[in-house]
Design a protein around this ligand. Structure first.
Ligand SMILES: *Cc1c(COP(=O)(O)O)cnc(C)c1O
Length: 372
């Protein structure tokens, strides 16, 4: 699905030299590279504060801790996402309220969002799934009307731009009170291990988040609040600093691969190519097709046999997972997620795909479909 070794090969000299430098400095946690990366990412995103942390799941948890969400508070998010989004809500004993996504863009359904708000609702967590932004203009409007926090899960869409109806452009993750991201190796900006970050324009919240990531410490051995241990390693920051200036180029390589797939599949009725939102650029964390349920299983197996990696994100809706069943979600309201879980299929998508690989992959997809 990804080709991290070719990508490393292209920047190997820089990485290796920088690693040697960090190793000699022996400043492994919160070294100079971490502070430099904070600033460079803040500049790239045009956001006031970047708070690095251990991973994208922690980032979500720390965001909810920083906003002082309390047990029983309702947090609305989507059923069609990676488990981390719902996991942290449950861990903090908040109440997850799962709603459906738009079947074309795979992001939060606005009508269901409106219907899900109750007097106990405190926050909305839109997920910018597969690389494009949820309908943030509508979500922010609803949040303002009801006085709710918006926490943007930007783990899959770092670098995407959202365009408001007045043509203002903002980076994914910088529109809500707080945004979170992951630098897991296969994400669009990937470290060489676990890493994550939070973004905010709110000075007071930034200060709080900075203390929560480090045990709630205000100054050394003085603790103002309960925190966690979730820091960014200096070695990871060094990798991220080398890769950040390449991020837009990486997105362009992904968009080029997506355009190749689009053209290859445009005349095939059995395949729905991923629909682009009119308000967001798409940085293609995943290139996700929809095919009829009766075709999907066979296609998945056939591609595997041909040596073509492909994946189902996500095969089971979160509402019906063993771990979350006790919340008794109303599955009748989550039809789109159930249908998507049976019809989606993601093809290889990364920065190093060449035309020969893309031709091979798309030919094999079409070969299977035309013979079924
Ligand atoms: C990857 C991911 C996360 C979690 O990030 P980790 O760094 O793996 O903890 C959270 N939300 C979404 C949507 C993700 O894709």
């Amino acid at each position: 699905m990804v080709d991290l070794s070719s990508q490393y090969h292209n920047i190997q000299r820089q990485i290796d030299a920088k690693f040697k430098e960090v190793l000699s400095s022996a400043s492994f946690i919160n070294g100079d590279e971490v502070k430099a990366f904070e600033q460079e990412l803040a500049d790239y995103l045009s956001v006031k504060h970047v708070i690095p942390c251990g991973n994208g799941t922690d980032a979500l948890q720390i965001a909810m801790m920083g906003l002082d969400l309390k047990p029983g508070d309702e947090v609305i998010t989507v059923d069609f996402t990676f488990a981390a989004t719902v996991e942290v809500i449950a861990l903090l004993q908040l109440k997850p309220v799962l709603i459906d996504v738009n079947p074309d863009t795979f992001t939060m359904d606005i009508e269901q969002l409106k219907a899900a708000i109750t007097p106990k609702t405190k926050a909305i967590v839109p997920v910018h799934l597969f690389g494009q932004c949820a309908d943030m203009e509508a979500i922010l409007h609803i949040a303002n009307t009801h006085n709710l926090y918006v926490i943007e899960d930007t783990a899959q869409a770092l670098g995407a731009d959202y365009v408001f109806s007045d043509n203002t452009r903002m980076k994914a993750g910088t529109m809500g009170i707080v945004g979170t991201t992951s630098f897991f190796p296969s994400k669009n900006l990937g470290a060489y291990g676990d890493a994550g970050a939070l973004f905010t324009n709110d000075d007071a919240l930034a200060k709080k988040l900075k203390s929560i990531v480090n045990h709630g410490m205000s100054k050394r051995y003085f603790y103002d609040r309960i925190g966690v241990n979730s820091r960014l390693d200096t070695l990871q920051a060094a990798v991220l600093r080398i890769k950040l200036p390449l991020l837009d180029g990486y997105a362009a390589a992904r968009q080029k691969a997506a355009a190749y797939y689009d053209t290859a599949f445009q005349n095939c009725d059995a395949i729905s190519i991923p629909k682009r939102s009119i308000q967001s650029t798409h940085v293609f964390h995943q290139y996700t097709l929809k095919v009829p349920e009766e075709v999907r299983t066979g296609l998945h197996e056939f591609l595997k046999e041909q040596g073509i990696p492909n994946a189902i994100y996500y095969p089971v809706p979160l509402h019906s997972q063993e771990a979350y069943k006790h919340f008794s979600f109303d599955s009748k309201k989550l039809n789109t997620t159930q249908a998507l879980c049976k019809t989606v299929l993601s093809l290889p998508m990364h920065t190093e795909l060449d035309d020969e690989q893309l031709a091979f992959i798309s030919d094999k997809v079409l070969e299977f479909i035309n013979n079924t």
